[in-house]
Ligand binder design. Structure first.
Ligand code: F6R
Length: 610
């Protein structure tokens, strides 16, 4: 959600902080602020809007300092105003930035007001600043004050604290919101995501839940929530240096759509034999565990949930074991039944989604055989807390709308379904070899389908003035239709819904008239004739149909039926390939409607609050 950057150095760090914010802006973007220590006071600049507004303000009235903190906000408590923007101060002595939600902020605020503290924002975060200021009066160090303060907080926080009385030091605390410490030469940095710090360092320490750290020019002291010292080494980052640049592309989303052939190549690399999947790709224990499992439970949110839904079709048909799929925010709050010998799977681009992480923690208590995460961010909370991790290796995804993360998740999930079938010997060697062959062809086929971009851009023109849209699919293309609808609504703000095409006549058919565009994804499978009948039902009622179909489908274009034929892969991989036209369609519609494609309104990339 929000983005955090901090630095302690022997040079002016304002530019480093601002560059870090720019690289984190995809996480939250309704206001931004920076505070630095300058001439025995803390100077602060805050602005409503994007980081570019803050940059303008800093150009007009520069500030500089050798240590400082900065923040880009995605509002939870209090509207996006300058007063609500971070950093927040207490008595001009303590400055704080915070990512997360403090659930008990109201009683804390009341108590602090009674003690004479004055609040200048509506945020939950400001209580942290005042609590620390209060604790600092009776503590021997800033670190001790922060530890005492965070013990009083309920909720989630990743927070960085700067104090006027504690030179060359920042103190950070993590519970529920990620933080990473970066090391330079005689300087140290902190951020909510390593991406922010790649221009200045590649050496990182990932803080664990409940830890508090004091960051000085040359060293980092970490303690756990009980105050015990923690030893941890810096690790070299594996993320590409240019991950935060969009190069010659107009938007990160377009860049990321076009990166899919190479992203999927990376997902597959070193994980396939000639005619089988290397089962250890899912972890050292995978051969033994995947042989034993009798069921799978998957939880995820948003686009990752759609990947889970596709996986259900694949796991049940390829591996022949039951697969339950649920939205993480529902799963975590209801009583559910754990099937015997079930594997608990989370799917997440960021690895930090609050609901998915809470569901994993619940799953671990409920007695699943083991947990596996399909995730894109190394070192993220889901990766660290799961028994096994399969890294999708999509590379940094900056556009808020998930694209390459989704198709690499699907690639990993098809490999997983195959690996289970292999471990359990539930399908023939020939069938396994045929799926492996399909997997190997995905990068080439995604490259070919991207060549259709111009053709899809033409279709997009028809959607620009529309207010509603329906997406239809059958079988494993039904969740792909859902993903298409999500992409369209989140970046173009056109209301879109997806249906399993067989459901049409049970209600949604009433919506069809000549104003309603209907997007259909079609593969040449057992259901194609049924899908064609569903399309006829729509045509008979005047709906305008746009079909993205495998080239082998016998579907002919007409006045109100436009068809784009694609080489869509095989039985299973069509779901992956046919996702791409839907991504491109949403992208072009959004560009033509003039919306903010990479940072759509009200959304944030990494949803670290529930
Ligand atoms: C939509 C989108 C979101 C995410 C969801 C889960 O394009 O990106 O729906 O898929 O917030 O995020 P992760 O995958 O990081 O757990």
């Amino acid at each position: 959600m929000c983005g955090i950057v901090g630095a302690v150095a022997q040079r002016n760090i304002v530019e480093i902080l601002v560059e870090g914010l720019k690289r984190l802006e995809y996480r939250g973007y309704d206001s931004a602020g920076v505070a630095v220590k300058q001439d025995n006071e803390i100077k602060r600049t805050r602005k409503v809007g994007k980081v570019s507004e803050l940059v303008g303000a800093l150009k007009a009235e520069p500030i500089d300092g050798f240590s400082g903190i900065a923040h880009t906000r995605w509002a939870t408590h209090g509207e996006p105003t300058e007063d609500n923007a971070h950093p927040h101060f207490s008595n001009d002595k303590i400055a704080v930035v915070h990512n997360g939600i403090i659930e008990n902020h109201e009683p804390l605020r009341e108590a602090l007001i009674k003690e004479g503290y004055q609040f200048s924002s509506e945020t939950d975060s400001e209580v942290i600043a005042h609590l620390i200021e209060k604790e600092r009066k009776t503590s021997s160090s800033l670190m001790e004050a922060v530890l005492s303060a965070v013990k009083q907080l309920d909720g989630a926080y990743g927070t960085v604290v700067m104090s006027m009385d504690d030179p060359d030091e920042l103190v950070v605390a993590r519970s529920g919101s990620p933080l990473v410490v970066g090391k330079g030469i005689g300087e140290m940095f902190i951020a909510s995501d390593q991406l922010a710090l790649l221009p200045v360092t590649r050496e990182f320490i990932f803080l664990e839940e409940g830890e508090v750290a004091s960051i000085g020019l040359r060293d980092v002291k970490i303690i756990d929530r009980n105050g015990n010292a923690v030893e941890r080494e810096f690790e070299e980052s594996t993320i590409q240096h240019d991950a935060g640049d969009k190069g010659t592309y107009k938007h990160f989303m377009l860049k990321e759509i076009f990166e899919q052939p190479s992203a999927i190549t990376n997902t597959l690399e070193g994980r396939l034999n000639e005619e089988s999947v290397i089962i250890e790709s899912f972890g050292n224990r995978a051969p033994e565990l995947l042989k034993k499992i009798q069921a799978v439970q998957i939880v995820a949110c948003g686009t990752s949930y759609h990947a889970a839904m596709v996986a259900k079709y694949w796991i049940e048909s390829i591996a022949n074991i039951p697969c339950l799929v649920e939205i993480a925010s529902e799963y975590r709050y209801r009583k559910s039944v754990v099937l015997p010998n079930a594997l608990f799977i989370t799917i997440s681009q960021s690895g930090e989604t609050a609901d998915t992480l809470a569901a994993l923690r619940l799953g671990k208590e409920k007695g699943f055989l083991a947990s596996l995460t399909i995730c894109n961010v190394p070192g993220s909370s889901l990766v660290r807390e799961s028994d096994m991790a399969f890294m999708t290796r999509a590379g940094a995804e900056i556009g808020v709308a998930s694209t390459k993360a989704f198709t690499t998740q699907l690639t990993g999930l098809l490999m997983l379904a195959t690996a289970i079938a292999q471990a359990q010997e539930s399908i023939s060697k020939e069938d396994i070899a045929s799926i492996v062959e399909e997997l190997k062809h995905i990068p080439g086929q995604t490259t070919q389908i991207l060549e259709l971009a111009k053709r899809i851009e033409l279709d997009a023109e028809d959607f620009v003035e529309k207010s509603h849209c329906l997406f239809l699919g059958r079988g494993d293309l039904y969740p792909i239709a859902m993903e298409g609808a999500l992409k369209l609504k989140e970046i173009s703000y056109i209301h879109a819904e997806a249906y399993a095409a067989g459901e049409l006549k049970h209600g949604p058919l009433a919506l069809i008239d000549h104003e309603m565009p209907i997007v259909v994804v079609a593969n040449n499978d057992d259901l194609i004739e049924k899908l064609k009948s569903n399309m006829e039902e729509v045509r008979a009622r005047g709906g305008q149909i746009y079909v993205y179909a495998d080239e082998k489908c016998d579907i002919k274009g007409s006045d109100n039926l436009k068809v784009v034929k694609c080489q869509s892969g095989g039985n299973y991989t069509s779901a992956i390939i046919l996702t791409i036209p839907l991504q491109l369609l949403s992208y072009y519609v959004a560009v033509m409607r003039g919306t903010d494609v990479d940072q759509p309104r009200n959304l944030a990339k990494s949803v670290t609050v529930e």
